[in-house]
Design a protein around this ligand. Structure first.
Ligand SMILES: Cc1cc2nc3c(=O)[nH]c(=O)nc-3n(C[C@H](O)[C@H](O)[C@H](O)COP(=O)(O)OP(=O)(O)OC[C@H]3O[C@@H](n4cnc5c(N)ncnc54)[C@H](O)[C@@H]3O)c2cc1C
Length: 531
């Protein structure tokens, strides 16, 4: 039996964004917090490096802002960057109050702002990455999940997939939610709804993201009438382990920092042909070079060789990489590691303001699902967790300030399954999943051309028609819902990429290698007219 639920705030997603938003709401609000799998299975849990914040006494807000703007290649919104960075210290303090144990300096002096151990990452001109060893996301995720589970006003629902939003008179007032255990689609109503559903990197064959990063929030917001922007800017990590059983395992860039060499299948080095810094060139250049060589040779992967270092050295510096590779029979002290680049981060998303409010009243988007203007055409390392926490707090404040004036949700119709039957051929879903992720990888990947993008557009339109037909005839399940959303989001990515006639930030096309003099966002409207 499908059920109806009524809350003050419905938060869809339990990563850093959704959890912190729920925890920032006043304790007299009744909050529903939903996740598609277990509470800790979003990208947040897997974040390794840490979170950027202005904490060092020689660092400044201006410097962090300037670095972020430079990385964003002319497309960051300055107000969003300043807003995020100037709130960074406070957000760290809030996380510490919640109980997150960030690493301290060995010689913790307790001078103001200096007690944390801060690391340096690409693009940052100061040490400003606060971290909990190489498991920062896990530390944040576990602590905030515990807090949410302990809060009397937060009702947690796991293994629930949001299907679509309920919009009434231009206001979002809830969502239809699939209960994966009962297979019923329930109705959750609330005067404020938050999409904290993470990114869409699962649109690509190779990704560092966990299952579930299927862009559900972006697709739902689009169907509900929200603008979506800058979806052509997908960040690729250069080196993910290539092995049939190794899903989504990153090989840290620090391996190249310690002298790791990239090799073609015949053992030749190639990075020096692309950049004089060789393997130490920035992330995008390395990813592009690997992609070029794989496409040129039709190779499945390239190799990363760190075998000149001793087993002891590797064990002390890269214990996680070493043990994971060992599991697959790869001894990194004796042989090169097979690697491929992998889709890592969705810079674009649902257009929001600094309150994280979307175009539809009552609907907010936070975290990787949103496009706040912070990242522009390229995300600077470790700014994403920061964005989640800063914008979650801001959205919670806006909800608190406005909720009492919001009209109570009107009675909405229950989910209607009277016209559909059980699927008779799930192979259609798995086949289309594979096809979509393969052509997105081949045609809308790291290096694009007009021809490749047109091919992808043609294919995604065919897929969309097939999926719509399937969706209209059969009962929904999690895989079908994710496929439907992925196809939608893939189309948005392709349309954004086609409309950008230049190479900027993460978008690189052989047909327009130059940068245009004016930087403009790619904004798509649901009526399909680019702004
Ligand atoms: C391997 C890896 C390493 C990274 N390292 C760093 C780093 O060091 N520093 C940094 O700043 N960033 C890093 N990132 C990026 C960062 O982790 C993410 O951008 C951030 O955690 C996203 O948080 P989120 O709350 O927006 O989404 P997520 O943490 O992805 O959570 C999404 C949530 O939404 C739920 N959900 C999705 N769809 C639905 C639906 N239809 N119905 C119900 N629930 C749904 C999911 O179940 C999940 O609970 C890394 C990412 C990866 C993958």
């Amino acid at each position: 039996m499908a059920t109806r639920h009524q809350h003050d705030v419905l938060v869809i997603g339990s990563g850093a964004a959704g959890l912190s938003l729920a925890l920032h709401l006043p304790s007299h609000y009744r909050v529903a917090l939903l996740s598609k799998a277990d509470l800790n299975q979003g990208s947040t849990y897997w974040a390794q490096g840490g979170m950027a914040a202005v904490l060092h006494n020689r660092d400044t807000v201006d410097s962090h802002v300037a670095d972020t703007l430079a990385a964003g290649a002319g497309l960051c919104r300055r107000d969003a960057v300043e807003f995020t960075v100037s709130n960074s210290r406070r957000c760290v303090e809030w996380l510490v109050e919640q109980g997150v144990d960030f690493d301290l300096r060995d010689d913790a002096s307790n001078q103001q702002g200096q007690e944390f151990h801060l690391t340096m990452e690409g693009g940052h001109s100061h040490r400003r990455i606060i971290h909990a060893a190489d498991r920062t996301g896990r530390a944040i995720s576990e602590v905030l999940s515990e807090r949410a589970l302990a809060a009397d006003n937060i009702e947690v629902f796991t293994h629930r997939t949001a299907v679509d939003l309920v919009v009434n008179d231009g206001r979002c007032q809830g969502a239809y939610i699939l209960d994966q255990q009962s297979d019923h689609v329930d109705l959750f109503q609330a005067p404020a709804v938050v999409l904290a559903t993470g990114g869409a990197s699962k649109a690509y064959l190779y990704t560092s993201n966990p299952d579930g990063a299927s862009g559900d929030g972006v697709a739902m917001a689009w169907r509900a009438g929200c603008r979506v922007a800058n979806m052509e800017f997908n960040q690729f990590h250069p080196t993910c382990l290539y092995h049939p059983r190794a899903k989504s395992f990153l090989i840290t860039e620090a391996i190249r920092g310690e002298g790791g060499k990239l090799l073609l299948p015949d053992g030749q080095r190639f990075m020096q042909n692309f950049d004089e810094r060789g393997e130490l060139a920035p992330r995008d250049i390395v990813a592009r070079a690997i992609d070029h060589e794989m496409k040129r040779l039709g190779a499945d992967c390239v190799f990363l060789d760190i075998s000149h270092q001793s087993r002891d050295f590797l064990h002390s510096h890269f214990p996680t990489v070493m043990s994971r590779c060992d599991e697959f029979g790869i001894d990194i002290s004796a042989e090169p590691i097979p690697v491929v680049p992998a889709a890592h981060y969705t810079c674009g998303g649902i257009v929001v303001d600094t309150h994280s409010l979307t175009d539809v009243a009552g609907l907010y988007a936070v975290g990787e699902a949103s496009c706040t203007g912070l990242h522009g055409a390229n995300r600077m390392a470790s700014n994403s967790l920061l964005e989640c926490i800063v914008f979650a707090e801001s959205a919670a404040k806006h909800i608190t300030d406005t909720l009492e004036h919001a009209p109570p949700p009107a009675k909405a119709a229950a989910w209607d399954e009277s016209q559909v039957t059980d699927s008779d051929e799930d192979v259609v879903i798995s086949h289309n999943w594979d096809e979509l992720r393969r052509f997105m990888w081949d045609y809308v990947g790291i290096v694009r051309t007009n021809k490749r993008l047109q091919r992808a557009l043609h294919r995604v339109q065919l897929l969309q028609a097939e999926i719509a037909e399937y969706y209209g005839n059969y009962k929904v399940g999690n895989d079908l819902l994710e496929l439907r959303n992925l196809a939608m989001v893939a189309q948005l990515m392709i349309e954004c990429a086609i409309s950008r006639k230049e190479s900027r930030g993460l978008h690189y096309t052989l047909d327009y290698p130059q940068l245009l003099p004016e930087a403009r966002d790619t904004i798509l409207r649901p009526d399909n007219s680019p702004l």
